[in-house]
Design a protein around this ligand. Structure first.
Ligand code: NAD
Ligand code: TYD
Length: 381
C-alpha cells in the first residue's frame, strides 16, 4: 500500500494509474479542489484503489489513515499548483503547500517512529516539488542542478521552496526517511486547462483567442507526465535518503514555439472550417508579474545514479497530448464549467471582468493602447 496525496490531480492521477499498473495498491487522499477530478481515475481497478476525500492539513485524518492502512510510503503531490492563481490569491498556497505539507510530515513521522524495525527502515516519504524553487535562468546559464541555490520568485514557488525545506528538516532533525524530487513543467493527458498546453488546445478548438504572456520567449523544459511517473517510481525504489533529484525532459522550448506547434498539429488533425490556421487566434497579452524567463534541468544525477531517462521526445509527446484532448472533449467540457469560466474571465479580462487590457494579435504592428503591458512581438512573427 502506498499513500498518494493529490492523486485526483493531473500528475497525481497519472501516477496512481502508473502505480496500479505496477501492481501497487494505492490509498489516494485528495481534497478535490477545482483541480481535482475523480473522472481522471474512471479506468482504474477499484480493487487496487481506495479514495479518500480530505485535506493533507488534517492531522487527525492523516494519522487515522496511516494507522488503518499502514502504507510503506507516502508520496506527496497535493498542492496548489498554478502560478497565476498564486499571484492573485496566495493564501491557499501557504495553507496547503506549507502548512499542509508540515502536518503531513508530522503525522508521517509519528506513524514511522512506531513502526517495527523492518517496516521502519523500508518506509519512505517522497515529496514532489518543482524546478521553480531555483528561480530564473539567463539564456547562457547552466541548467538547474541539485546544488543550485533556491531563489523562488512567485508565491507558488516560494511555498514549494518552504515545503522542501521542511521536508529536509524532518530528515535532519528526526531521521524521517525522505526523498525530494524537483521536476520541470509536465504536460500530457488530464492536465487542467488553466496551464499553457491544454489552455492553448482548448481555446483553439472553441474559437477563443490564444493568449501569450509578454514576448512569448520564456523558456520551459517540458517533461511528459508518464516519464515523470517513471522517475518518481525510480527515486522511491533507489533514491538515497535525504537527497533531492532533479527530473527534466531535456526539451527546452520557448512558449511561442509550443503554441505554434500546437496550432500546426491542430491544423492537420482538426482543420478550422474557414481553412485558416489556428495561429490566427494567437494574441500577445500583458506579461505575468515576476515571470521567470527560463527554466532548464540538469537531470544527470537521476540518470547516472538511478538509470532514469525520459522516453518521450517533445515532438511525440506533444502530438500524443493534442490527440488525447481531441479524443476526450467530454472530459474537457466537464472541467470547463462555471468556476473555470470565472477564472478565465478574471485572468484574461474577458467580458470586461477587469476593465481594458491591451491585447495584440499576431502580426499586428500597431501600438497597443497601454504600451507598458504588451512587449514587442518576436521578430520572426
Ligand atoms: P494539480 O493542481 O493538477 O493537482 C493537485 C491536486 O492536489 C488536486 O487533485 C487537488 O484537489 C489536490 N489538493 C490540493 N490541495 C489539497 C489539500 N490541501 N489536501 C489534499 N489534496 C489537495 O497539480 P499537478 O500539476 O498534478 O501537480 C502535482 C504536484 O507536482 C504538485 O505538488 C506540484 O507542485 C508539482 N509539480 C507540478 C508540475 C507541473 O508542471 N504540473 C511541475 C513541477 C512540480
Ligand atoms: P504554466 O503552464 O502556467 O506553467 P508555469 O508557470 O508553472 O511554468 O505556464 C507555462 C508558460 O506559459 C509560462 O512561461 C507562462 C506562459 N503562459 C502564457 O504565455 N499564456 C498563458 O495563458 C499561460 C497559462 C501561460
Amino acid at each position: 500500500m502506498i499513500l498518494v496525496t493529490g492523486g485526483a490531480g493531473f500528475i497525481g492521477s497519472n501516477l496512481v494509474m502508473h502505480l496500479i499498473e505496477s501492481s501497487e495498491t494505492v490509498l489516494n487522499l485528495d481534497k478535490l479542489t477545482y483541480a481535482g477530478n475523480l473522472h481522471n481515475l474512471a479506468s482504474v481497478d477499484s480493487g487496487r484503489h481506495i479514495f479518500v476525500e480530505g485535506d493533507i492539513g488534517n492531522h487527525e485524518l492523516v494519522s487515522r489513515l496511516l494507522a488503518q492502512h499502514r502504507p510503506r510510503a507516502v508520496l506527496n503531490l497535493a498542492a496548489e499548483s498554478h502560478v497565476d492563481r498564486s499571484i492573485r490569491d496566495p493564501e491557499s498556497f501557504i495553507q496547503t503547500n506549507i502548512v499542509g505539507t508540515f502536518r503531513l510530515l508530522s503525522a508521517s513521522q509519528a506513524y514511522w517512529a512506531d513502526l517495527p524495525s523492518d517496516q521502519k527502515s523500508a518506509f519512505r516519504f517522497l515529496h514532489v516539488s518543482t524546478d521553480e524553487v531555483y528561480g530564473s535562468l539567463g539564456a547562457e546559464d547552466a541548467p538547474f542542478s541539485e546544488s543550485t541555490p533556491y531563489a523562488p520568485n512567485s508565491p507558488y514557488a516560494a511555498s514549494k521552496a518552504a515545503a522542501d525545506h521542511l521536508v529536509r528538516s524532518f530528515f535532519q532533525t528526526y531521521g524521517l526517511p525522505v526523498l525530494t524530487t524537483n521536476c520541470s513543467n509536465n504536460y500530457g493527458p488530464y492536465q487542467f486547462p488553466e496551464k499553457l498546453i491544454p489552455l492553448v488546445i482548448h481555446n483553439a478548438l472553441v474559437g477563443e483567442t490564444i493568449p501569450i504572456y509578454g514576448d512569448g520567449k520564456n523558456i520551459r523544459d517540458w517533461l511528459y507526465v508518464t516519464d515523470h511517473c517513471a522517475a518518481i517510481e525510480r527515486v522511491l525504489a533507489g533514491g538515497r535518503l535525504g537527497e533531492t533529484y532533479n527530473i527534466g525532459g531535456a526539451s527546452e522550448k520557448a512558449n511561442i514555439e509550443i503554441v505554434e506547434l500546437i496550432c500546426g498539429i491542430l491544423d492537420e488533425e482538426r482543420a478550422r472550417r474557414d481553412g485558416k490556421s489556428y495561429k490566427e487566434q494567437i494574441i500577445f497579452v500583458r506579461d505575468r508579474p515576476g515571470h521567470d524567463r527560463r527554466y532548464a534541468i540538469d537531470a544527470s544525477k537521476i540518470r547516472d545514479d538511478l538509470g532514469w531517462e525520459p522516453k518521450e521526445s517533445f515532438t511525440t509527446g506533444l502530438r500524443k497530448t493534442v490527440n488525447w484532448y481531441l479524443r476526450n472533449q467530454g472530459w474537457v467540457r466537464n472541467v470547463t464549467t462555471g468556476a473555470y469560466r470565472d477564472w478565465i474571465a478574471v485572468q484574461y479580462d474577458r467580458e470586461g471582468a477587469q476593465g481594458p487590457h491591451s491585447r495584440r494579435r499576431l502580426g499586428d504592428t500597431s501600438l497597443p493602447a497601454d504600451q507598458s503591458s504588451v512587449e514587442t512581438a518576436p521578430a520572426n512573427l
